[in-house]
Design a protein around this ligand. Structure first.
Ligand code: PLP
Length: 376
């Protein structure tokens, strides 16, 4: 077995078409707020079955603008998952609102609808669920809870572009959703994000706040506090080509997931990713979980062993409520969300991208098997 070639955790899929598109923009002289932005926005809105797409410079910016557009602020509680990327709770904190965590469902790793209901208080104003690892689940329940309690619903679908749940697209639930385009995501613009919504008021506010709070009519007329969260036309051009290739990219990732499912399925010490539906999920990462008799230290030893063999891997995610600054800010602590903690202590994200080869998968399987034997 050769350990000579490292296997990265993620790798973008860029072709000559993306390179040509960037080069066209550079030659055109219109590097920002040009025609590529609108084409890219329309394409993403269509993939989410939404009326509007609003491109921004990151998924985090998109979440922030949604929280702001929905008027969430001081004293408002937003129920969200502790098993997510830190940008999710941060986007709530940017506006002075309070992220209130609720535990996850162990069978999907997404927010448990019962836990959401138990966390609702008179101060709750919104729910911010996450389709973690590209696995949509429970969205009908989230919509019902939002309706019953009169709450806003923001979908953090940053990991789920192209997924469907019971025939509905990720990004089509609730008031608005946000996709992200960092290079490890299903499609990339280098850095970037996209808000999708059917609400024209949300769309108009986000178009203004991503661009210094400009009134739409006059460039130097500023109607409100805003930011520079614009996406360049260079990035939008990459995104336009990438989203036109989305079906191809998702199919390649589905095949890579199938290689892992076949190779790792027989290993009794691990759980495969708990996808609601392997055919309609959008595979963002491939995250396995060690059986419950392993400890977090065991998991960390496996991560070290894999890295020692040049295999990229990561502990997605450290529960948000145990991050020191959030413990200080919110008063949360280890022990608060036992399902999240039991799962997060044992997860391993394996190398995952559409061009993963059977040989690479075999190398990961062998290294994983050896690491588990070494723990006995
Ligand atoms: C990627 C991601 C984001 C946004 O990340 P950016 O790096 O700001 O684009 C937000 N939430 C989740 C769950 C993500 O995975």
């Amino acid at each position: 077995m050769s350990d000579a070639d490292p296997i990265p955790l993620a790798r973008p899929d860029i072709t000559d078409a993306e390179i040509q598109a960037v080069s066209d923009v550079l030659r055109s002289g219109r590097l920002s707020l040009g025609p590529r932005l609108e084409t890219f926005e329309r394409a993403c809105a269509a993939r989410a079955a939404r009326t509007y797409g609003i491109a921004v410079n990151s998924g985090t910016s998109g979440l922030h603008l949604c929280v702001r557009a929905l008027g969430l602020g001081d004293g408002d509680e937003v129920i969200t998952s502790p098993f997510t990327f830190i940008a999710t709770p941060n986007s709530v904190l940017f506006e002075g609102a309070r992220p209130v965590f609720a535990d996850i469902d162990p069978d999907s790793y997404n927010l448990d609808p019962h836990a959401i209901e138990a966390a609702v208080t008179p101060r709750t104003k919104a729910v911010l669920p996450v389709e973690v690892f590209g696995n949509p689940a429970h969205f009908a329940a989230y919509e019902r809870i939002a309706r019953d309690h009169g709450l806003a619903l923001i979908e953090d679908c940053c990991e789920a572009l192209g997924a469907t749940l019971d025939g509905r697209a990720a990004g089509s639930f609730g008031d608005c959703g946000v996709f992200a385009f960092y290079p490890n995501k299903q499609i990339t613009t280098g850095e970037g994000g996209m808000i999708v919504t059917d609400r024209q008021d949300v769309r108009d506010l986000c178009v203004s706040t991503r661009n210094q709070g400009r009134a739409t009519e006059a460039w130097l007329s500023h109607a409100r506090l805003g930011y520079n969260y614009r996406l360049s036309d260079i990035a939008a051009a990459i995104g336009e080509v990438q989203v036109s290739r989305l079906d191809e990219l998702l199919e390649k990732r589905r095949m890579a997931a199938r290689l892992y499912d076949d190779a790792l399925g027989p290993m009794e010490e691990i759980h495969l990713p708990p996808m609601h539906d392997r055919a309609t999920a959008s595979w963002f990462v491939y995250v396995i979980r060690l059986a419950d008799h392993y400890t977090q230290a065991d998991r960390d030893a496996v991560l070290d062993a894999l890295r020692g063999r040049g295999i990229g891997c990561s502990n997605y995610f450290v529960p948000c409520h145990t991050q020191p600054y959030l413990q200080e800010l919110l008063g949360t602590q280890p022990g608060d969300f036992p399902v999240t903690e039991r799962i997060a202590a044992r997860t391993i994200a394996l190398p995952f991208f559409g061009t993963l080869t059977p040989e690479q998968v075999a190398r990961v399987r062998d290294a994983l098997g050896n690491a588990l034997v070494a723990l006995r």
